[in-house]
Design a protein around this ligand. Sequence first.
Ligand SMILES: *[C@@H]1O[C@H](CO)[C@@H](O)[C@H](O)[C@H]1NC(C)=O
Ligand SMILES: *[C@@H]1O[C@H](CO)[C@@H](O)[C@H](O)[C@H]1NC(C)=O
Ligand SMILES: *[C@@H]1O[C@H](CO)[C@@H](O)[C@H](O)[C@H]1NC(C)=O
Ligand SMILES: *[C@@H]1O[C@H](CO)[C@@H](O)[C@H](O)[C@H]1NC(C)=O
Ligand SMILES: *[C@@H]1O[C@H](CO)[C@@H](O)[C@H](O)[C@H]1NC(C)=O
Ligand SMILES: *[C@@H]1O[C@H](CO)[C@@H](O)[C@H](O)[C@H]1NC(C)=O
Ligand SMILES: *[C@@H]1O[C@H](CO)[C@@H](O)[C@H](O)[C@H]1NC(C)=O
Ligand SMILES: *[C@@H]1O[C@H](CO)[C@@H](O)[C@H](O)[C@H]1NC(C)=O
Ligand SMILES: *[C@@H]1O[C@H](CO)[C@@H](O)[C@H](O)[C@H]1NC(C)=O
Ligand SMILES: *[C@@H]1O[C@H](CO)[C@@H](O)[C@H](O)[C@H]1NC(C)=O
Ligand SMILES: *[C@@H]1O[C@H](CO)[C@@H](O)[C@H](O)[C@H]1NC(C)=O
Ligand SMILES: CC(=O)N[C@H]1CO[C@H](CO)[C@@H](O)[C@@H]1O
Length: 814
Amino acid sequence: MAGHGGIKGLVLLLGIVSQASGSTMTVSVFTVTSKSTVLRWSKYEGALSYRVTASLRNSQVPIVFASFGQNTIMGSINSLNPNTAYTFRVEALDSQMNMLTDAAVDGSTAPDVPTIVMASSKESQSITVEFPMVSGATSYILRAETDDGSFFSEIPVPGSPGTITNLQPYTDYTLSVMSVNSAGRSQPSYPVGAKTVLSAPQFNTSSPSNSSILVKWEPVNHAVLYSLSIIKEGSFSQSALNTTETQVYFPDLEAGTEYCVKGNAWSPENIPGDEFTVCQITRSPTPQSIELVVTRNPDAGIVVSWGPTKGAEQYVATSSTGQNCSSSSNSCILIPLSCGETNSVKVIAINQAGNSVPSYPVQIISFPCPPQPIWVEELVPGNCSVKWSAVPHAEYYTTFIKSDSGIEGMCNSTELYCQFHCLCGYSYIMNVFAHNHAGPSPPGPLLNHTTLPCCPALTTVSAASWETLIMEWSPVRGADLYETRAVDANEVILCNDTAPRCALSDLNCNSWYSVVVIPCNDISGCNLTCSPQTHETAPCMPEITSVSQTNMSSSSVLVSWTSDNTAANYTVSVIGLVGDTHVCHSNGSSCLVSNLPCGSVYEVSTIASTSAGESMPSFTMPLETAPCCPDNLTVSHVTQAMTNVTWSPANGAQTYITSLSSPRGHAQCHTMETECVMGCITCGTNYTVSLEAISSTGHKAECTYHGFSASQCCPSGIRLYRGSNNTLIVRWRSNSAITKYTAEVTGSGQTHTCSPEPGIYTCTVSEIVCGQVYSVVVAPLNPDGTKVQYCTSRIYSVTCVGSSLGLVLYQGKR
Ligand SMILES: *[C@@H]1O[C@H](CO)[C@@H](O)[C@H](O)[C@H]1NC(C)=O
Ligand SMILES: *[C@@H]1O[C@H](CO)[C@@H](O)[C@H](O)[C@H]1NC(C)=O
Ligand SMILES: *[C@@H]1O[C@H](CO)[C@@H](O)[C@H](O)[C@H]1NC(C)=O
Ligand SMILES: *[C@@H]1O[C@H](CO)[C@@H](O)[C@H](O)[C@H]1NC(C)=O
Ligand SMILES: *[C@@H]1O[C@H](CO)[C@@H](O)[C@H](O)[C@H]1NC(C)=O
Ligand SMILES: *[C@@H]1O[C@H](CO)[C@@H](O)[C@H](O)[C@H]1NC(C)=O
Ligand SMILES: *[C@@H]1O[C@H](CO)[C@@H](O)[C@H](O)[C@H]1NC(C)=O
Ligand SMILES: *[C@@H]1O[C@H](CO)[C@@H](O)[C@H](O)[C@H]1NC(C)=O
Ligand SMILES: *[C@@H]1O[C@H](CO)[C@@H](O)[C@H](O)[C@H]1NC(C)=O
Ligand SMILES: *[C@@H]1O[C@H](CO)[C@@H](O)[C@H](O)[C@H]1NC(C)=O
Ligand SMILES: *[C@@H]1O[C@H](CO)[C@@H](O)[C@H](O)[C@H]1NC(C)=O
Ligand SMILES: CC(=O)N[C@H]1CO[C@H](CO)[C@@H](O)[C@@H]1O
């Protein structure tokens, strides 16, 4: 192409008037051939023509001349020898052909034109050209072109033979060769024709089965026949065949084995085209010796393993549940694996040809699922059973039981339950595993069973009051709450508490309560089997219906009451304001309190008691005993018809009524004092004396005392006579023959007394002195010999008759 373009460029340049000009001229070799050189120079001002000469190098003698006009700046000098060193000179000449200036350049010619000996095609894309060497040539250029000019290619080659490539198959080419040296290239050689061979058929192979290979290809243009041969890898025997079809099927091959298929097309001229070789492996044989093992670590899965299979690059195991795994070695793991699963696994081997026929499915049963749900039955307290429903594929079951006391237990059974001894008040955590040959199930749900709390033992039951029972018991394990019930015939009393103590209040008196403490647990409920205890409450409060003083003198009080209690003992208390206490006991409904002091105020109450205790005391009733009788009472005469009665003060008495009575008369006085004066007393009469002491509330005491005998009457008709020998005779009258009297005659500092025997109403006193005044009292003597005081004295004057007594004159009373 360079040569071709160079010639055209030269023709164009020869016509161009160079515009460049200068004071000096330059020259250069534009191109060379074997026998010519084209020079190029710069235009020189004033030159009308240029002369070009060529002389052998190192020689001044020009061999060849050429002339060019003033407008030419490029010119060819011919008739040179191939592959020769020259010096070229360009001279600028004026009109007189005088040289204005010159310039020289060294150059050489190209080698001689070579000749093609042979051109042939062995491959569809290249033709090889053989030619003899040309002297001086350092390399060669091969040129291929089509006649229609649609293809032109040159490539340098170092020598013969040279191959020109990038050609089309089965195409006619015109080929020539040029020699090249440092100066340039020669003219092309005489052209020679040649045709490329057919291209190779592009085999597309596949292995439709483990024993066959199918070869297909697109038809090759101009091909009339195809040759194919197949050879097993590592073998030397091959089989060949010819076909006009575009596909060949090779049966009966070995599975998993590499085969190479080689072939070419034949042209109508029976020339073989390019060869094509392709290697294809057949599909792998079916994997054998499949083994399945259940694995649990770290995740549940099936370990699939198989024997090595020829020609396999990879294996894929597929389960019937849709999992798969792959490996290039001899095992892989299918995950996940669920419990209770029945699975079957197939394995295929894979290579470039595709999948093998799958292996026969191998069955496997997974480890069982955990029993679910599990539950506990405790039909008899203490005998617990964990139960569950059968699990598919399970062979036996293990049960783990852990109590919160730390004790652990285990059952191994083929039955669907596990019995264990469970204590009241404990929590048990249970877990059941099913087992088969693939191993144990995963852990199922934990079951938490809490047994009912144990029954507490009552430690004390005590009555806090008449209606309240305090109960205490030892706390029991697992009880969150104690429900205490007391039941009698009429009512149920409940108390709920978390403390091991309870007060049952508002109980009925005199009842039998069945008392039970029921321990309850928030989760498991209440232990209703605890046995009750009976407890009797204290008797009911009796009610006093009457308190009556049966006998005033004996001061006994009969207390009566009503009560609900059938069999109780009662204690009646009579308590005085000053603290004195009197009691009586009875098992009936009344009792007598005796020896109560007179004149006191009491409160009476009664208490019922049974073995269960004492009742509340009844309401009190007030009791006032009759006032006391005065201890002593004295009646004394003030006058003959008037007495002065005095008595000692009496407890409880506010007023007194004192009476003196006799058949002859009656005297009475009512007073708040302790003395009383009473008139209308008849002397000489026996009176009965009585006193009624009356309290402020009107209680009365009848008091009797010794009778009072009124003193004898003072005598009447008292006379005084003069006796002899200075005596006075006293005389009186009286009705009482049994009364003894005394007569006292007092005067002149002396008292003279005389007391005659009863029935004698006169007596004599002596040693009376005349002229004196005497007082005379005649009074009865009391039985004790004392003299009645109230008889009046009379005054007498005794006159003198000489020294003897004269007249006795009554002077009056005093
Ligand atoms: C081989 O044939 C398959 C299907 O027939 C096609 O998809 C594939 O491209 C072909 N390969 C070649 C190299 O021709
Ligand atoms: C196939 O054809 C070629 C060319 O005609 C011939 O040389 C060759 O022996 C043939 N091969 C077979 C196996 O027929
Ligand atoms: C090849 O495949 C066939 C079924 O197409 C099968 O019967 C045979 O066993 C397989 N051969 C091997 C070696 O796996
Ligand atoms: C449980 O029983 C099964 C068979 O009934 C036996 O194979 C297994 O070893 C036992 N396990 C234990 C821990 O005793
Ligand atoms: C089981 O129940 C008891 C009582 O409620 C509780 O204290 C315990 O924590 C529970 N245990 C488990 C593992 O749930
Ligand atoms: C109730 O308590 C009693 C005594 O503590 C115990 O023996 C029994 O098992 C408990 N009842 C139940 C149903 O757990
Ligand atoms: C006590 O507790 C029981 C059970 O928890 C309940 O049925 C009852 O009503 C409670 N009684 C009282 C008085 O709180
Ligand atoms: C009443 O008292 C008697 C005698 O002390 C006794 O024997 C009896 O048991 C008591 N009755 C009651 C109900 O306490
Ligand atoms: C009454 O009797 C008491 C003793 O009983 C005595 O101390 C008192 O002096 C008596 N009074 C009279 C008035 O006799
Ligand atoms: C009665 O007797 C008492 C005691 O002896 C005396 O104090 C009182 O003065 C007397 N009364 C009269 C009225 O004589
Ligand atoms: C008179 O009294 C004196 C002395 O007392 C006595 O001796 C005398 O006998 C008395 N006379 C008569 C008559 O009794
Ligand atoms: C009239 C009368 O009955 N008098 C009697 C009074 O009491 C004394 C002593 O008790 C008797 O002796 C009297 O006869």
